[in-house]
Design a protein around this ligand. Structure first.
Ligand code: AMP
Ligand code: GLY
Length: 425
């Protein structure tokens, strides 16, 4: 069986790694991949955004399944293109991917489905938005409507901060066309968690919970990033919350999409805020989380392809899924300066040693192979990951492993999972 994974980050290395270990021993391809995917798959030098070239490759090479990692090709309609060529794709259509591609669309679905989320209004310019901010008061949250790689969100504690955010989005156009429309929404207080759900158009299978760490520095300081680390399961998602997340959030969302003739197939990622009045949706994404994937997939017992195939076929069921009784933690090693300017091409040392440690796996994100050595090629470089019998055990393992890996100007958080550690202690 031939599988094509689209993307080249830590999430895609994890997907390719998990798929490659399936009992059917599939032949895995990864486009474009990275130095890590090269060890478990054949890299195909096509960018994840190049829908034309990817479609041409798939038409020629006829993979049995295409697994799409990032949101950009999904929102650009790669699933529709590949399906039109008779190929099987794990990932939503362009229409369904609007759940992530347009915050306004997602809000509209949630409102119609009565899903608990922040109250919000969408505006096309600064003036209207600012008037709304003045009416509602602060704290308040301002977001560029389109895709902004997690960087288009401003948490504003004062009216001045809100005005500054609106100037950046609407006038200075920091996020380009993503700022054509701006969403102003209610600030929600609580602890965050991510729920990745598999959906086959109708059936929903929730994967285990996880928590991301979006800020670059310890204690959630500094600018937002793509994610600096994660752990799973997230104890903030207590047992009593699962039926609520299913019945009041995911089920009505998928049903509302169906009602509008939109068949959602793939991962529906619910970013949740655990508030005093229960879980509320921060955002929906149309794909696996990064770095959440790095901590959720290693905990899945056995094969993952039957789950993906069932999503395509509409035969998804919880019987296809079982979990290891272990916790998993991932710490992202990033280039100094990330999420701002950073250097590339630094040699990475210590990878061979670290992978021999029990329960440890290093997922590559921004790496490439240059003259036979692994070098850095992006902001987030590695996701050092460890399984452990308990969360404290996994944390101990991951930081021990990290001490063996080095590259110039590496930075990472030393407090990944600390909130959960406090809870379990
Ligand atoms: P998003 O890309 O929409 O998930 O936003 C990025 C981050 O901003 C989230 O992970 C939250 O930490 C924060 N955030 C977004 N919306 C809100 C909100 N309405 N209330 C509080 N925090 C928020
Ligand atoms: N880890 C956040 C995201 O994947 O959007």
């Amino acid at each position: 069986m031939k599988i094509l994974v689209i993307g080249g980050g830590g999430r895609e290395h994890t997907l390719a790694w998990k798929i490659a270990h399936d009992s059917s021993s599939p032949e895995v391809f990864c486009a474009p991949g990275n130095a890590g995917t090269a060890a478990v798959a054949t890299n195909v030098p096509i960018a994840a955004e190049d829908v034309d070239a990817l479609t041409a490759w798939a038409v020629t090479n006829r993979p049995d399944l295409v697994v799409v990692g990032p949101e950009a090709p999904l929102c650009a309609g790669i699933t529709d293109r590949l399906e039109a060529e008779g190929l099987r794709v794990f990932g939503p259509s362009a229409k369904a991917a609007q759940m992530e591609g347009s915050k306004e669309f997602a809000k509209d679905i949630m409102l119609a489905a009565k899903v608990p989320t922040a109250e919000a209004e969408t505006f096309t310019g600064k003036e209207g938005a600012l008037a709304y901010v003045r009416r509602k008061g602060t704290p308040i949250v301002i977001k560029a409507d389109g895709l902004a790689a997690g960087k288009g969100v401003y948490i504003c504690m004062t009216e001045e901060e809100a005005e500054q955010a609106l100037t950046e989005i609407c006038l200075e156009r920091r996020h380009g066309n993503s700022g054509n429309r701006v969403v102003v929404e209610e600030f929600m207080e609580g602890e965050e968690a991510s729920i990745l759900a598999l959906v086959d158009g109708d059936h929903i299978v929730m994967l285990s919970s996880s928590q991301d760490h979006k800020r670059v520095f310890n204690n959630d300081q500094g600018p937002n990033t793509g994610g600096m680390g994660a752990y799973s399961p997230a104890p903030v998602v207590t047992d009593d919350l699962w039926p609520i997340i299913h019945d009041q959030i995911l089920r009505p969302t998928v049903d509302e999409l169906k009602r509008r003739g939109i068949v959602y197939k793939g991962v529906l990622y619910a970013g949740l805020m655990m508030t005093a009045t229960g879980p509320r949706v921060l955002e929906y994404n149309c794909r696996f989380g990064d770095p959440e994937t790095q901590v959720v997939l290693p905990r899945i017992e056995g094969d993952i392809l039957p789950l993906f195939q069932a999503c395509v076929d509409g035969t998804l069921s919880n019987d296809l899924l079982s979990w290891k009784d272990e916790a998993c933690v991932c710490v992202v090693m990033a280039s100094g300066g990330y999420p701002g300017v950073y250097a590339k091409g630094m040699a990475v040392h210590g990878l061979e040693t670290v992978e021999t440690q029990p329960g440890v796996v290093v997922f590559h994100a921004g790496t490439a192979i240059q003259e036979g050595t692994t070098v850095t090629s992006g902001g987030r470089v590695l996701g050092v990951t460890a399984l452990g019998a308990t969360l404290p055990e996994a944390v101990k393992r991951v930081y021990l492993a990290l001490s063996h890996v080095t590259f110039d100007q590496a930075q990472y958080r030393t407090d990944i999972a600390s909130r959960a550690l406090q809870r379990v202690e």
